[in-house]
Write a protein that binds this ligand. Structure first.
Ligand SMILES: [Zn+2]
Length: 313
């Protein structure tokens, strides 16, 4: 699938003909995502009539500009991934195994593919910049680039769903977010939702994402998160006030403030802590679902009790 990429051509063409790059809201539908990528198309004259290959100083900033554009598109795709996950969660919450979740998942996979294809291009550009720095000269930089892109893209697209998504954190998050709505047990490994290929018999020993239960309890207070905060050193989460107090107390006692999670030896500083509003949001939703479930159970119990009373009459 030839995905066209952004090019810095416009920034090289000085003057009023310069096409402005429009910043758009994150793509919310498949069509918009396609459009988004097409719009930042590579034009033929990006390279034509330029002796870029002989001029490293001109080529490097140009390739860097291309990389920045690609990174920008990737961050918008990632917003789309979050939106798709939220949509799927809302559907599952309305009805277990709601069939339209499959459509959302397909869109999620497409976005993951698009991101990966752009990631491949970024790696190739990085590589070319390093080559140019090392004194390499390209007689035709566009063809050289396109050739590697085509090879790597074809390689990626030939992979099975399992090979592509099995070890992706985003897909594990997508699946466990759905799972926890109607289950209290740990989410099974994500490979169970990905078709197995005949020639992939041997990959079952590989690392497989999933299986971990997302906990919404602070390891310090043992209560639901309050102002969920994540350590950038080890990725563990805490309630903000609890971890701040812990660090303060350790400092007063002149001891290293070790991460309170069992088995974690990260030494924390307040600058390593970052608010995690999306985790807090999921914790609140989890709490809301738990409470609703309890209420439903109480109502059901009351109904049974009433029926029992009637029986005795
Ligand atoms: Zn930790």
């Amino acid at each position: 699938m030839p995905v066209r990429i952004s090019s810095p051509a416009s920034s090289l063409e000085a003057g009023p003909s310069r096409k402005s790059q429009v910043h758009r809201a994150p793509a919310s539908s498949e069509d918009e995502e396609d459009e988004l990528i097409e719009e930042e198309g590579w034009t033929r004259d990006t390279f034509e009539n330029r002796t870029i290959s002989k001029n490293t100083t001109a080529a490097i900033p140009m390739l860097r500009g291309m990389m920045d554009k690609l990174k920008d598109v990737i961050s918008r795709i990632e917003e789309g991934l979050d939106n798709a996950k939220e949509t799927a969660v809302a559907l599952e919450d309305s009805k277990q195994d709601e069939p339209s979740i499959a459509e959302v998942e397909t869109a999620f996979f497409r976005a993951l593919d698009q991101r990966q294809l752009l990631q491949i291009r970024i790696e190739i550009l990085e590589d070319m910049i390093n080559q140019l720095r090392a004194g390499e000269e390209y007689s035709d930089i566009e063809s050289a680039y396109q050739e590697v892109v085509t090879t790597r893209e074809t390689e990626y697209m030939a992979k099975s769903q399992r090979a592509k998504y099995k070890n992706l954190k985003e897909y594990a998050d997508f699946r466990s977010a759905l799972w926890e709505i109607n289950h209290t047990t740990a989410c099974p490994p994500v490979s169970q939702w990905l078709e197995k290929d005949a020639d992939e018999e041997s990959d079952d020993d590989d690392f497989d994402m999933g299986g971990a239960t997302q906990s919404y309890k602070c390891p310090i207070t043992l209560m639901l998160f309050k102002d969920a905060t994540t350590s950038s050193k080890c990725g563990h989460n805490y309630s903000r006030e609890a971890i701040m107090n812990l660090i303060d107390n350790m400092r007063k006692a002149k001891r290293a403030s070790k991460c309170p999670v069992t088995g974690c030896s990260a030494i924390l500083d307040k600058t390593d802590l970052k608010a995690n509003p999306s985790l807090q949001k999921r914790a609140d939703e989890f709490d809301r679902r738990q409470k609703r479930r309890e209420e439903e159970k109480e109502e059901a119990d009351e109904t049974i009790a009433l029926e029992d009373e009637e029986d005795f009459d």
